[in-house]
Design a protein around this ligand. Sequence first.
Ligand code: BGC
Length: 319
Amino acid sequence: MQREIFGKVDGKEVYKYTLAGDNVSVDVLDFGATIQSLYVDGINVVQSFDTAEDYKLRDGYVCGVIGRVANRIAKARFTLNRQEYKLTKNEGDNQLHGGLQGFHHKFYEVEEIENGLRMTYISPDGEDGYPGRLVFTVEIILIGRTLHIEYSAISDKDTIWAPTHHFYFNMNGPIGYANSNQLTIYSDYYTPVDKKLIPLGYKADVTGTSFDFRMGKRIDKDKTELGIYDHNFMLNSEHAATMVGDVSGLKMEVYTDMPAMQMYTGAGKEETRNAEKLSDRGGVALEPQFAPNAINMDGFEKPILKANEEKRHYIRLEF
Ligand code: BGC
């Protein structure tokens, strides 16, 4: 495995680690456990920035790890064991992607393991409002043409935890648009949302709607009420999605043991802090996860982590 200095964030060196498989290679940063690039047959299929500062300064959580809890928590609060916890708010009254700090802007301790890396971050009790000192690890393993990402967490208090990687994929790479990729999502139900993107609390059948990706279609074929997709799909099984570049012909299969997946196609529209935009070619976010706000909704699997019990989740990408 190779390691080199990628740049600096807050005066600290950011290292880039490169894993190589069978015509697939992945660059991983110790800042945010970020997948900085993912080359498949010579094509980078994820949105990338060239400098370390970009990963700190620009919006979009580009290909970083998300924690403690991915997506939104309404009113930035939840109740566990009859106690209410107040989280940091970073999107109006709500919390998005872990809060003001978030795991995507942390430095990770890196260990080499067979065919990959183990990255660790210890989140102190109360960080971003969450109970428990949480030992969080991400293993990134590349074997052949399969990238396996395994998350684990253990906390000294009952808490909640629901990780993801905020990938932006474009199987066409620089030779074509992301929104013209062919996408299949193996999901019979999605979660309709209000204007602040908080689920209304029920699952809706995708049949006959723009959310029906079961037979595969061009991502931009249909429109939603938001103009873009920024919606969560409940997954039928561990096989979450298939994405094929219409220009490159490259194919990716996405698997996860988490119950849901967010699709977000707004990257081209998103203003960044330095007033640039992620390009239209930047990619479509597919984020395996728990349903947004699951901790506050009946009828959804809740991401509860019991004290001193290790939990694991995975995302697997096959090319
Ligand atoms: C959210 C979007 C958000 C994006 C980038 C997605 O997971 O659903 O609303 O703009 O992340 O921050």
